[in-house]
Design a protein around this ligand. Structure first.
Ligand code: PMV
Length: 352
């Protein structure tokens, strides 16, 4: 197979019904199904990959920081990435080592799903570089093994990740339930006011909550019902219900985190200011025109309809004066980029 650099762009997704708690840590199998909206390229990760016989080791650069995938003391995400790379190479009957260069357009590890867009772009690029011809379902399973929420970034529009029952994870993959053109009025106002890395990584958080929260036992069934209700709301284009469930589900997940002992608190005062501002806006409108949701970090994502974007933006600016606001529509999932976007110099086998 000719050695060539393949470059892909991937985007985050925002979960309207959250994944929190794993029934298998090694395979990232969730306790409940979840449902998300894939964002457009306003926030993105670009990833280039090269499999080459000239390379001695698997190396990954994330935003310029070098990670040796074969070093013994690697982080969990790096370890899982190496496992996925090995499985994909096995499938492609290709033993060459890989150089991967990945750049995020937005803060990494601050609760903005950088791992989801990164893992989706990596799996998409690797699948093409190795000519595997994988289906979306197969790519979703590989992406899930790196970072659970990444399983949902393989498809565009509204996406459901099925919990699955099998021990090997073969039925735990994401599927699109409505494409990005079905209800494009739904958008996400991403409000960034905290750019530091979170203190408790999501993998540690998943595990501690499951083990140490006494409220958690009620969460999986509650979330599973939310997935059904929100899927119906999407089919009917019923924004009021979508907004209500989105806020309740985020609050419920953060309640189990707070109930973990010692507590895990990702939200801060600014997050709370946004929660109050959105409730007061919805109250004054007499209906839900916006919904907040928070992942494993304090930054808010506010779901609204395009026609309310200006009004909601004003409310957010008023609530948090120094926030960076990014308006993201729905995206179509990862895609390949051309040679001009390559992040790897083939001559030196180094990042450009
Ligand atoms: O995919 P992970 O392990 O980074 O977990 C992320 C979980 C949340 O973002 C908090 C919720 C979700 O469903 O995306």
């Amino acid at each position: 197979m000719p050695e060539k650099v393949v470059t892909a762009i991937g985007t985050p997704n925002i979960a309207l019904v959250k994944y929190w708690g794993k029934r298998n840590n090694r395979l990232n199998l969730p306790m409940n199904s979840s449902l998300s909206m894939t964002l457009d390229e306003s926030l993105n990760t670009k990833t280039s990959i090269l499999f080459s016989k000239r390379l001695k080791r698997d190396t990954l650069y994330i935003n310029g920081e070098k990670h040796d995938l074969e070093a013994k003391s690697t982080s969990e995400k790096i370890f899982l990435t190496k496992g996925v790379l090995d499985s994909m190479r096995q499938l492609g009957k290709n033993a060459s080592k890989a150089l991967i260069v990945s750049n995020n357009s937005f803060p990494t590890s601050s609760g903005l799903a950088s791992s989801a867009s990164g893992a989706a772009a990596l799996v998409f690029a690797a699948s093409h570089a190795l000519d595997l011809g994988l289906s979306e379902r197969q790519m979703s399973i590989f992406a899930r093994r790196i970072s659970g929420s990444a399983s949902r970034s393989i498809m565009g529009g509204f996406v459901k990740w099925n919990r699955g029952e099998e021990h090997d994870g073969s039925d735990s993959y994401a599927e699109q339930i409505a494409s990005q053109s079905y209800w494009p009025e739904v958008i996400d106002l991403v409000s960034i006011f905290h750019e530091k890395e979170k203190k408790i990584s999501s993998s540690v958080g998943h595990d501690l909550t499951l083990k140490k929260s006494k409220l958690y036992f009620a969460r999986p069934e509650y979330a599973e019902n939310h997935v059904k209700e929100i899927s119906e709301a999407i089919q009917k284009k019923d924004f009021e219900t979508l907004a209500e469930i989105t806020m309740q589900d985020s609050n419920n997940m953060h309640a189990t985190m707070l109930d973990t002992y010692p507590p895990i608190i990702y939200l801060n005062e600014k997050s709370r200011d946004i929660i109050y501002a959105i409730h007061s806006l919805n109250e004054s409108e007499g209906k839900n025109i916006a919904a907040y949701t928070f992942d494993a970090g304090p930054n808010a994502q506010v779901i609204t309809l395009r026609k309310y974007s200006k009004k909601v933006t004003e409310v957010l600016k008023e609530a948090i004066r120094d926030a960076r606001l990014i308006e993201a529509g729905q995206g179509s999932g990862p895609r390949l980029l051309g040679e001009a976007d390559s992040l790897i110099s083939e001559a030196t086998l180094q990042p450009k």
